[in-house]
Design a protein around this ligand. Structure first.
Ligand code: SF4
Length: 461
């Protein structure tokens, strides 16, 4: 795609609009008036390579940057009631999938929240739910589990390793204690290091470490110190996340450091610059230490095993997903659905309470239908945001059209900003290094007007 001389320079955009890890975003979901039955929804879907996701909405603390669906602690046997409900839901969903065609899970993940908030015995029960009720063969497929430094205990890790976990992902965010405190995630480096030691002792094949850049007070030097502390464990994967301050989170409640529109604009610009700079420093550091870039956030050690990739990398444009638990999404080709969604703690607690009291899980309650245009956008978005890019032939084989014909204005806009790699081989649509760095601006630019309007109209709670 070429831009002719004299083309006006595109207007400036902010590089950090939103992280597009799923499209459409949950804030575009709405209560489904017809409450379609799961049996009808799944009847004509391919079911031989599903992915299974189990959501555990509990954490020991609420990190200041976190807007995930999770609550602090679990009083009065709440985890037991939650696991009871999860079993009822699993029975209902497995029944809805039917036995007319083979049902097979090709990948599984436990996320949250913090799945290892559960005790070792409860984790056994969670694995049993996945295996005995859903029929997932955890010992034979990639199984990814999220953990935290305080909950990655030897007994829990032993259960997870024994039940077939192939990838464990730990949110460290920073190895510098003051930065962890500034991100409202109080932890001590010594505890983080001890947890990493226990994880390596458990011999789970893939270790992923999450780190955050853009924290108040973080410098290139302190960022490199965190990266080096992580590299000392030779993790198979590293995710580098830009810090966001999203509505209703702890950091958002702290308020901006300055007031007045001009001062705020200057502060925002300085923060964008800090994040772009630290991103480039982190990327270059990892590339020079034997890692390859998979997406803006994800880096993989070049010699790491390939068959254990995380759930988000599992052919995410096309495959069906079954999510169990009240923060989990499920995808058929026509409908994305979930439970109600919230960020604010009181709302989350009441949604979890409603989930644990639910007896009938046979219908989809909240979601968004995905039409042909949305399916094309989703495919383009999720492929283009991978460093490997989008083979145009794959898109054509699925939709019968070319992305250039379906999204001419969007792609011309990306080319004008220098976000597309002009040196990519014919037939490959690939981001340039600048395009990858601006993934969080580029992704939202591909949202449909309908999804954009629904997200804007969503009342945050
Ligand atoms: S970032 Fe992770 S550990 Fe922190 S509150 Fe969110 S889900 Fe829990």
């Amino acid at each position: 795609m070429t831009v002719t001389a004299g083309t006006p320079a595109p207007p400036a955009v902010r590089p950090y609009e939103s992280y597009v890890y799923a499209y459409p975003h949950k804030t575009a979901y709405r209560p489904l008036e017809d409450r379609p039955s799961l049996r009808a929804l799944w009847a004509a879907e391919p079911k031989d390579a599903l992915s299974l996701y189990l959501h555990i909405p509990f954490c020991e603390v609420r990190c200041g940057f976190c807007n995930l669906f999770t609550r602090i602690g679990a009083p009065e046997e709440l985890t037991t009631r939650y696991l009871d409900a999860l079993e009822r839901q699993a029975d209902s969903v497995r029944d809805a999938l039917g036995d007319e065609q083979p049902v097979r899970f090709a990948a599984a993940a436990f996320g949250g929240g913090t799945p290892t908030f559960l005790t070792a015995g409860e984790l056994e029960r969670l694995c049993d739910t996945a295996e005995k009720r859903m029929g997932a063969d955890l010992g034979a497929v990639p199984l990814s589990v999220e953990t935290s430094p305080a909950t990655a205990t030897a007994d829990r890790l032993a259960v997870l390793a024994d039940r077939g976990t192939t990838r464990i992902s730990i949110g460290v965010q920073s190895f510098v204690d003051e930065e962890a405190r500034a991100a409202v995630r109080p932890q001590r480096r010594a505890d983080v290091e001890a947890a990493l030691g226990r994880i390596r002792d458990a011999r789970i094949p893939v270790l992923n470490i999450d780190l955050i850049y853009g924290i108040d007070g973080q410098t290139e030097r302190s960022w490199l110190a965190s990266l080096d502390a992580a590299l000392a464990w030779r993790p198979e994967e590293l995710y580098l996340y830009p810090l966001y301050v999203r509505p209703l989170t702890g950091l958002h409640r702290l308020g901006p450091a300055v007031t007045g529109p001009e001062a705020r604009a200057l502060e925002d610009a300085a923060w964008d610059e800090q994040r772009l700079r630290l991103y480039a420093v982190g990327r270059d550091h990892l590339l020079s230490h034997g890692y390859e870039q998979v997406s803006m956030r994800m880096f993989r050690r070049a010699d790491a095993p390939r068959e254990q990739e995380g759930p988000e990398d599992y052919a995410c444009q096309t495959d069906g997903m079954i999510g169990l638990g009240c923060g989990a999404r499920s995808y058929t080709s026509a409908l994305h659905y979930s439970f109600d969604y919230a960020v604010e703690m009181r709302e989350i607690r009441s949604i979890i309470d409603r989930f644990t009291a639910t007896e009938d899980f046979s219908r989809a309650e909240v979601g968004r239908y995905v039409d042909a245009d949305e399916a094309r956008r989703r495919h383009l978005l999720q492929s283009l945001l991978q460093a490997a890019g989008l083979p145009v032939a794959d898109y054509r084989a699925r939709f019968g059209t070319d992305p250039g014909a379906d999204f001419p204005a969007e792609l011309a806009g990306f080319a004008a900003r220098g976000w597309l790699d002009a040196s990519a081989p014919d037939g490959l649509l690939r981001l340039s290094p600048s395009g990858l760095a601006h993934s969080d601006a580029l992704g939202p630019a591909l949202f449909s007007p309908g999804v954009r309007a629904a997200m804007a109209a969503y009342e945050r709670k």
